[in-house]
Design a protein around this ligand. Structure first.
Ligand code: WT7
Length: 573
């Protein structure tokens, strides 16, 4: 059932007239907002932090509120400049140079943001890693990118296989009493000693800024490279979509290990000179509502799984908090159920605005704008300056209400510039000339709203995180008991999908609960907790093509009791 449309509240939105902007907007105009328009000198960290730190009326505004169960801190734009200048000096003194890959592998903390901005200031390319990654996942990414340095913590450094990574020269550890020896450097100690004055490295707008590794349906994770020029779209979507004004207090709940936590947890808010809230630690309804209340958050960017968990925590708990400062809520990462939009509207008195984009697109592409009617269940409309389309499998554009491949006309400022070390994979996105093909299926209705239907490939979206079945299958077959493995996403009411594995055991192994638990833990400890199968079925044999590829489509049909479709390529001996 389609829920009732929710018209916009009248308000002073940054994007007042969507249709006009679609007709007349030009990305080139946005550049006038930046210093580099006048000076020709570019650096993301300058535009996001330094120019505000030098401005009366802005420099003493809080740029970062950080809290977790132990810490509660605030840093102004001037202080963020100072701390990131120090970090830049720490990297420079250790011999890190422009273009070097500097990975950041730590849980959320102010130091994570100092390190990221500091590395950007010297022109390095940062590579954020989610704190849940285990050794195998860390190794793949550092190896592929030939990382020169990593910033990590005493808790996580054990998962960095330093001796197996010849390109890795420096391991900075943020912790107390770190002893420097070999490649190990004491980040905290060096930060204390470092000079506060730093000459930023000016780079080209097309120089590398950040590498985010993400999963596809085949192969190991790919390194999606974004450049400094992405700031044009980060800034503009911050204005139009997040509707940021300079006195907003903004909270993006995503971890910077994922692209939402950088594009919209670092760049977009600070490029707009806005106070940014970061909450560390685990999710709980109390700590999340408490965060909204404590900082008087006005704009809140979150994700469907979290919103579903808040909905299941109930309406009553909301009444214990004063959420009256909140004026704009957004969501990203997976389909936002119309029911959650309805619930949010009732309980928060606000519409939840869906937004669609991908690691590869670098910034928001399709969204429900504050000034447009929200159709619950629809992702909304393309941002001005971006043209979307629905293509059939031959690349022809389909008329409204026909389901097909969601594609975007190339190009836009935040578009990835390559897949690191794999130009062939990069070219794979452009099989139809002039289009980037997303891998999602969708349709467009007669009003121009886009409706998500699913992934075209086998990529799994679990609790908003993108997991490649191949990566999990590869880890599973490393377990001595596992002969073959196939992995699918199984629909789940809270997490969107959960990971389900089908496993054929090697000769001599018997199915027991202990063995299944052991296999699960093997993936959890080797890859990451969120990549471990929540469900596992043991089968004598798995459906394969004659060339030996596991047919995930058939596994999915088994699981969902669907017809298995064309089995002509299946090996049936
Ligand atoms: C995939 C990209 C950059 C955002 C965080 C995820 C799915 C994203 C939506 C949405 C339905 C969505 C798509 C997309 N997705 N937003 N609003 N509705 N699905 O980035 O890890 O690169 O994943 O997430 O399937 O292709 P990502």
């Amino acid at each position: 059932m389609e829920l009732q449309s929710l018209p916009p509240k009248s308000g002073d939105h940054n994007l007042k007239n969507y249709e006009e902007a679609v007709k007349h907007f030009d990305w080139a105009e946005v550049e006038e907002a930046f210093t580099f328009h006048k000076t020709g000198k570019v650096n993301m960290a300058h535009e996001a932090i330094d120019r505000f730190a030098e401005k009366d009326g802005k420099k003493d505004q809080v740029a970062l509120y950080y809290s977790d169960d132990q810490r509660d801190e605030a840093y102004t734009f001037a202080e963020m400049k100072k701390m990131s200048d120090k970090a830049a000096n720490v990297f420079k003194e250790a011999g890190i140079e422009k273009g070097d890959r500097v990975f950041i592998f730590m849980s959320r903390s102010p130091e994570l943001y100092f390190a990221a901005l500091g590395a950007i200031k010297i022109g390095a390319i940062i590579g954020p890693l989610f704190e849940a990654f285990m050794e195998g996942a860390v190794r793949d990414r550092l190896e592929n990118s030939e990382a020169k340095a990593i910033v990590t913590t005493p808790e996580l450094v054990g998962r960095v296989p330093v001796s197996e990574l010849p390109a890795l020269e420096k391991v900075f550890i943020q912790g107390d009493d770190v002893k420097e020896e070999g490649k190990t450097l004491d980040f905290k100690g060096r930060m204390e000693q470092a000079s506060e004055s730093h000459d930023i490295t000016w780079v080209d707008r097309e120089d590398g800024l950040i590498l985010h590794y993400t999963s596809g349906s085949t192969g190991t994770p790919k390194g999606v490279l974004h450049v400094h020029a992405a700031m044009i779209q980060h800034y503009q979507t911050g204005k139009w979509v997040l509707d940021l004004k300079e006195d907003d207090v903004y909270w993006c709940t995503a971890d910077p290990g994922w692209v939402t936590g950088t594009s919209y947890g670092i760049f977009a808010p600070w490029l707009n000179g806005v106070t940014n809230v970061v909450r560390g630690g685990r999710f709980s309804p109390e700590s999340w509502y408490g965060t909204l209340e404590k900082y008087n958050v006005t704009v809140w960017y979150s994700a469907p799984t979290a919103l579903r968990m808040l909905a299941s925590a109930g309406d009553e708990i909301v009444k214990n908090y004063d959420l009256s400062s909140l004026r704009h809520i957004l969501s990203v990462g997976e389909p936002l159920n119309p029911e959650v939009v309805r619930w949010g509207h009732e309980v928060y008195g606000l519409r939840i605005h869906d937004s669609w984009w991908m690691t590869e697109t670098g910034a928001i592409m399709i969204t429900n704008f504050p000034s447009l009617t929200v159709k619950p269940g629809s992702m909304g409309k393309p941002i001005p300056g971006v043209e979307a389309g629905i293509l059939d499998d031959q690349g022809n554009e389909l008329p409204p209400n026909r389901m097909g491949n969601l594609a975007l006309r190339t190009s836009w400022p935040a578009m990835m510039r390559t897949i690191w070390n794999n130009e062939e994979k990069y070219q794979g996105y452009f099989e139809f000339p002039g289009w980037y093909v997303s891998g999602d299926s969708a349709y467009k209705d007669e009003d121009g709203y886009y409706w998500f239907q699913g992934r075209v490939d086998d990529v799994i979206l679990t609790a908003g995180e993108r997991v490649g079945p191949f990566e999990v299958e590869s880890k599973l077959v490393e377990h001595p008991a596992v002969g073959e493995a196939g992995v699918i996403g199984k629909p789940d009411p809270v997490r969107g999908e959960i990971i389900k594995a089908f496993v054929a055991l090697r000769e001599g192994y018997e199915e027991t609960d202990e063995l299944k638990e052991d296999i699960r833990n093997f993936v959890k400890n080797g890859l990451a907790a969120h990549a471990a199968p929540r469900e596992m079925d043991i089968r004598d044999k798995l459906p394969k093509t004659r060339s030996g590829k596991i047919m995930r489509r058939v596994l999915k049909a088994w699981e969902l009791d669907l017809p298995t479709g064309d089995l002509s390529t299946m090996d049936d001996d």
